[in-house]
Design a binder for this molecule. Structure first.
Ligand SMILES: [Mg+2]
Length: 371
């Protein structure tokens, strides 16, 4: 681009007339100054992927795209794109992962205050297999809701696994159980997120994460005993092996990074008002099988803030009280029970009794009151 001394530049709707003499600066410097945003952006820079705690979310869980999804399914790709382009300036409303992502940002803000030079922060990556046209609407939405999302992967319908690995993903949330399966198979912590009818209000200042134990934080080894030999044998087995830590499950790594960040807050005197709180919500009973779960966590050097042993009671009412931003369970029965009571619940399709969950279909065979 070249400028002569009387050229008019239109930048952000403002006309700037160059006369080449008012500031005494050469015209190209004037142009460069004019092209800078009038108010400097305060958006924090994202950390480098190797330093960050990367949370990859699909556009369908971060935003409410149900109507658009229906158009795609019923009318096909062309109508879908037409609709999206016609509504390009309308932001999507929040989806089930939205408040979780907001809470991650709140934690980042506090980490930045306490550790201004550290890049150990959450970084949210938006994964979408949408058409590029829809990308514009997604950017509009991100800006509308003032989300700090700088990384954006449009996979064009391909598997996201390559991207998830490249970004050192610590957690992947999607509405698509097939992609979640693929990620878990590659050793990436992943879960299928469901949208409750009515979402319970959650804290804006404290991130709360609730985990089931067996086949989520822990492996499914004890569940295998239950499936093969029943409840009595399960209790007996757990008692006998009380001092033998369970093997790790698919979400252990995510609890680990939360624990690492918690320790950074503790180190600055924020134990009681830590902006991250973790919960174990298990159907194990405290007396007979709870000790092994707690001893396992201790052997890993992990603390959990609250442990609830429900001895087979439904998890939904407890979760309603905890009001977590996210809850992980391997049993659809518990995921549905939690979602019915307003908790954003995620299914971790891992372990002996899994099937790919289908939306709206109660999976009685994979449900049990034990885990
Ligand atoms: Mg379980």
């Amino acid at each position: 681009m070249s400028l002569n001394s009387s050229q008019t530049l239109t930048v952000s709707g403002q006309d700037l007339v160059r006369n080449g003499s008012s500031s005494g600066r050469p015209p190209w410097e004037e142009a460069r100054a004019a092209l800078k945003p009038s108010t400097p952006t305060k958006k924090p820079q994202p950390p480098k992927p190797q330093n960050a705690i990367t949370i990859a979310v699909s556009s369908r869980v971060l935003f409410n795209m149900e109507k658009e999804q229906q158009i795609y399914e019923q009318q096909g790709m062309e109508e879908y794109i037409k609709y999206q382009v016609a509504h390009e300036t309308e932001p999507f409303s929040p989806g089930p992962a939205f408040s979780f992502v907001k809470a991650l940002e709140a934690v980042n803000t506090k980490l930045r205050e306490l550790y201004p030079d550290s890049e150990e922060l959450f970084d949210v990556v938006l994964i979408t297999n949408n058409h590029a046209y829809v990308g514009l609407r997604l950017i509009t939405t991100i800006n509308h809701h003032q989300l700090v999302i700088e990384r954006f992967c449009m996979t064009g319908g391909n598997s996201p696994i390559g991207y998830l690995k490249a970004y050192h993903t610590n957690l992947y949330l999607s509405a698509d159980p097939v992609k979640v399966h693929e990620a878990l198979d590659e050793g990436i912590a992943a879960a299928t997120m469901f949208t409750p009818e009515k979402m319970t209000e959650v804290s804006e200042t404290q991130l709360r994460v609730a985990f089931d134990g067996d086949a989520v934080l822990f492996s499914d080894e004890s569940e295998q005993i239950f499936k093969a030999h029943g409840l009595d044998k399960f209790f007996e087995h757990e008692k006998t092996h009380e001092n033998k830590p369970l093997d790790h499950g698919p979400l252990k790594g995510f609890l680990e990074v939360l624990g690492r960040l918690q320790k950074k807050f503790y180190a600055k005197g924020h134990r009681m008002d830590c902006p991250i709180r973790t919960y174990l919500v298990t159907a194990r009973s405290a007396a007979s099988s709870g000790a092994r779960a707690l001893k396992t966590l201790r052997s890993w050097g992990l603390e959990i803030d609250e442990a609830l042993f429900l001895a087979g009671a439904p998890k939904g009412p407890m979760l309603e009280k905890i009001r977590p931003h996210i809850f992980f369970d391997d049993q659809m029965f518990h995921v549905e029970g939690a979602a019915e009571m307003g908790t954003v619940a995620c299914h971790v399709p891992y372990g002996i009794a899994q099937k790919v969950p289908r939306k709206g279909v109660k999976d009685k065979e994979t449900s049990s009151a034990v885990k």
